[in-house]
Design a protein around this ligand. Structure first.
Ligand code: ATP
Ligand code: MG
Length: 800
């Protein structure tokens, strides 16, 4: 497929076209939300391939999430055909992992190194602090992990930091940093921040490697550039061949690095194209620095800057609201978004008595929109400042039967049982990986207690070998009790057996099954009487089907290249890498076949780059959004305001702003004033559906809004009923069905998977049924209330 390049430019405005056509000097596209930055990037890539005869392999495009990368690759593929597959389109992390696997030997890792997520890092830091005898009250491991993360984002390695550590606390941190890095190396592992920092170090320390990638990537494109941190900034600089004004590279001792670097520097710089919006920079807490975008022109003196001001996403009303808010920030480049489109509907405002009322209003409103044919559930997004705010929405949506998906929060891969089993897989893939190894050492319980573990640890320290090596060596000869020594021996045999399964070429699903069986993990859960363990079994079944699905369709992978050490698709290592690099926004539901989709709920941070026809911005209260800790700090407040700007500009047609007078966070009722961001939006733009109850403190608990808001329990009931009738033909279980009391005659109607509410236990899911007629029973999982066996004839349950 060769597209006609003229077609690529069709419908673009002048500056957009200029951005696609630009050749040569570094290109910075700074533009407000929805002005087509991402679209320009995609079209630019297609144009490079289609008109400028660039080879796909010469392109490196960086996006903020794996999902965005997948979409971009797909779009380009639609435009230029399957050749697109040789491009590198990925997140910073995925691209760096690929480079590191290829070059791992230079760095003293094997190509199957593990990737530690923040929970792994936390755990490792816990071990490190214990080894250093640090008082956790005085030196909380958590604060160490986050400080080290910040240092890595600034490319300050342990040696550099230790040289500059001045006071006792800093010295302790330096010590912990050293040991932490040593433990990672011993475990053949890298943490998330290492992935970027190590790649930068690699490119700086090995000019031949830098030269290889510079010759290779002739075009580097970066989306969401405003959220790059210093390490990512340097990475781009190293890969693209530096800047005219770049200082000569020096080692930590201040010496000039190997003059061979000059050879790498001779490769003409790559064409660089970065797009971003300083007003949408929302990751300062992760070390992102607006400086990268504001000073791009200084760092790249020959750069061209293109501004895009026409917005193609939102109505004028929504843009005016967003402009009015962001204008309050100082030290920003003035830019105004406009659209050739319509003014559209007014922004809808709503003040609820409490958070239940807020959720109820939103549910009612979504119902109204879908009934009127204005939107489908998949068109709607609900944003909030912190993950915990999703719970009330979930409760209400389950009750009224609205289909939804929460993006982020406690993720599947963070659940204990899932982590346990993945830990086995990780050890099988990388035997030296200490953190997962120690995690499974006595899981399920097999008689290797803390003392035995400490002994292995001590042996490792004494002999300067890894924990894994010590584990194989330790026995009675080292003074271990014979019972423990036997247990260790059995564990080693178990792991050797499982390793054989891996070596026989079994895929992740088969290995997983062997782990579940051979370790006794599954059997232990199945024989447990703890109701939560049944949920755990289900989660493991889910994990097994994830693995199976993966095996059947390992998905698009960039074409294999010579020297590539990327694990082959379908392999255990590739599976684990996918799991490790899953990001929150990667879980956003794709359009399903019937197209109606589900409501998406997520934090404002996760919403970046996305767009939805209908957006609800919730919890618009001072102390919630802007966040409490930003209230008295100008800089943080400005970051919150940028976050508001991101939220407001996600909306295409309809925007709702809601707040609640009373909110009970952590069981503590609090009355929050309206968010200052609400007051920054000009009055004429907003249609207030409800300004809040005139009377004093509303009643606690769910009351359907006490009737004062024009919605009552009664009206919500009839609404659910009417929708239920309209949707009886819907194949989708779990939504579109009205609530009804289960009577004796209807008990047979309960089936596995049905959602019910119980007067005492609350919401639940039927996990099993038995018996008929008077004896009909159902086992229902009520989440935290546990799992109950109910005789349906008497149980006060309602089917949803
Ligand atoms: P954000 O800052 O939120 O990331 P963005 O600048 O990347 O936004 P895009 O997502 O690329 O903006 O574009 C916003 C919407 O406008 C998309 O739906 C896109 O398809 C549409 N769009 C952009 N340019 C044009 C155009 N020239 N003609 C028609 N639609 C356009
Ligand atoms: Mg974008």
């Amino acid at each position: 497929t060769v597209v006609d390049p003229a077609q690529l430019l069709e419908g673009m405005n002048d500056p957009q076209r200029e951005a696609v056509l630009h050749a040569g000097a570094p290109l910075l596209i700074v533009a407000g939300a929805g002005s087509g930055k991402t679209r320009v990037l995609t079209h630019r890539i297609a144009y490079l391939l289609g008109a400028r005869h660039v080879q796909p392999g010469e392109i490196l495009a960086i996006t903020f999430t794996n999902k965005a990368a997948g979409e971009m690759r797909e779009r380009v593929e639609q435009l230029v055909g399957p050749r697109a597959r040789a491009m590198w389109v990925s997140t910073f992390h995925s691209a760096c992992v690929r480079i590191l696997r290829r070059e791992s030997k230079l760095l003293g890792f094997t190509s199957s190194f593990s990737i530690y997520d923040s929970a792994d890092s936390q755990r490792l830091m816990g071990l490190v602090c214990r080894d250093l005898d640090l008082d956790p009250k005085q030196y909380p491991p958590k604060s160490f992990t986050s400080k080290i993360s910040n240092l890595k984002n600034e490319l300050i390695d342990e040696e550099t930091y230790s040289a500059q550590a001045a006071n006792p606390t800093e010295k302790k941190l330096a010590e912990a940093y050293f040991l932490y890095q040593r433990r990672l190396r011993e475990a053949n592992a890298l943490d998330f921040d290492d992935i970027i920092m190590t790649t930068v170090n690699l490119l700086q320390a090995f000019p031949a490697v830098a030269e290889y990638y510079r010759r290779r990537f002739r075009h580097i494109l970066v989306d969401e550039y405003q959220d790059t941190n210093h390490a990512q900034y340097m990475l781009v600089r190293e890969l693209s061949g530096g800047t005219a004004g770049a200082a000569p590279k020096r080692t930590v001792d201040g010496d000039l690095v190997n003059p061979a670097a000059a050879a790498a520097a001779e490769v003409p710089p790559a064409e660089l194209c970065v797009v971003g919006d300083a007003d949408q920079s929302i990751y300062a807490f992760r070390g992102a620095t607006i400086r990268n975008i504001l000073q791009f022109e200084e760092d790249y003196p020959n750069a061209t800057t293109i501004l895009l001001e026409q917005n193609y996403r939102s109505t004028q009303t929504i843009l005016s609201a967003a402009n009015a808010v962001i204008e309050r920030n100082t030290s920003r480049r003035e830019k105004k978004l406009w659209t050739a489109g319509e003014d559209g509907e007014k922004v809808v405002g709503y003040v609820a008595d409490d958070e239940h009322g807020e959720a109820q209003f939103i549910a009612d409103e979504i119902d109204r929109l879908t009934d009127a044919g204005h939107a489908r559930p998949g068109d709607v997004a609900i944003f909030y400042r912190t993950n915990a705010q999703s719970r009330v929405f979930e409760e209400v949506f389950i009750r009224v039967g609205l289909p939804y998906k929460v993006v982020g929060g406690v993720r599947f891969y963070e659940r204990k049982e899932v982590r346990d089993v993945l830990a086995y897989l990780r050890v099988l893939s990388n035997p030296e990986d200490t953190v997962p190894l120690r995690r499974i050492l006595n899981v399920p319980k097999r008689g290797i207690g803390d003392r035995a573990e400490a002994m292995i640890d001590a042996l490792a320290a004494r002999e300067r070998i890894s924990f894994a090596q010590a584990l194989v060596r330790v026995d009675e000869a080292y003074g271990m009790a014979s019972r423990s020594a036997n247990a260790v021996k059995k564990f080693n045999t178990l792991m050797a057996g499982l390793r054989q399964v891996v070596e026989s070429g079994a895929g992740p699903a088969a290995v997983l099954e062997a782990v579940l069986e051979e370790t006794g993990y599954l059997a232990e859960l199945q024989s447990s009487t703890d109701p939560q363990d049944e949920t755990r079994v289900e989660n493991l079944q889910e994990l097994a089907s994830v693995a199976l699905e993966y095996e059947q369709d390992p998905g698009e992978r960039p074409e294999a290249e010579e020297g590539d050490a990327t694990p082959p698709p379908g392999s255990l290592a590739d599976f684990l890498e996918r799991v490790a690099l899953v990001a929150d926004s990667d879980q956003i539901p794709d359009e399903d076949d019937d197209g109606a989709g589900v409501i998406t709920m997520m934090t404002l941070h996760t919403a970046k780059g996305l767009e939805f026809p209908v957006v609800f911005l919730t919890g618009m209260e001072d102390g919630i959004f802007p966040h409490m800790r930003a209230l008295n700090q100008v800089k943080e407040l400005e970051e919150e305001r940028r976050l508001a700007y991101v939220g407001l500009t996600r909306a295409r047609q309809r925007l709702y702003l809601t707040r609640s007078v009373l909110r009970s966070a952590w069981g503590q009722p609090s009355y929050n004033p309206a968010s200052r961001f609400l007051e920054e939006i000009p009055e004429p733009l907003v249609d207030w559906k409800r300004m809040g109850a005139a009377s004093a403190p509303p009643s606690r608990g769910y009351s359907g809004g006490s009737g004062s808001g024009g919605f009552t329990a009664g009206s919500s009931g009839s609404r659910a009923g009417s929708r239920g009738a309209a949707n009886t033909a819907s194949p989708k279980a779990g939504w579109g069905q009205s609530a009804r009391r289960v009577t004796e005659r209807e008990v047979v109607g309960l089936a596995v998977g049905d959602r019910v509410t119980h007067d005492t236990f609350g919401l639940g899911t039927v996990v099993a049924t038995a018996g008929v007629g008077d004896k009909a029973q159902a086992t229902v999982d009520f989440g935290t209330a546990g799992r109950k066996q109910l005789l349906l004839r008497y149980a006060p349950v309602e089917k949803l």
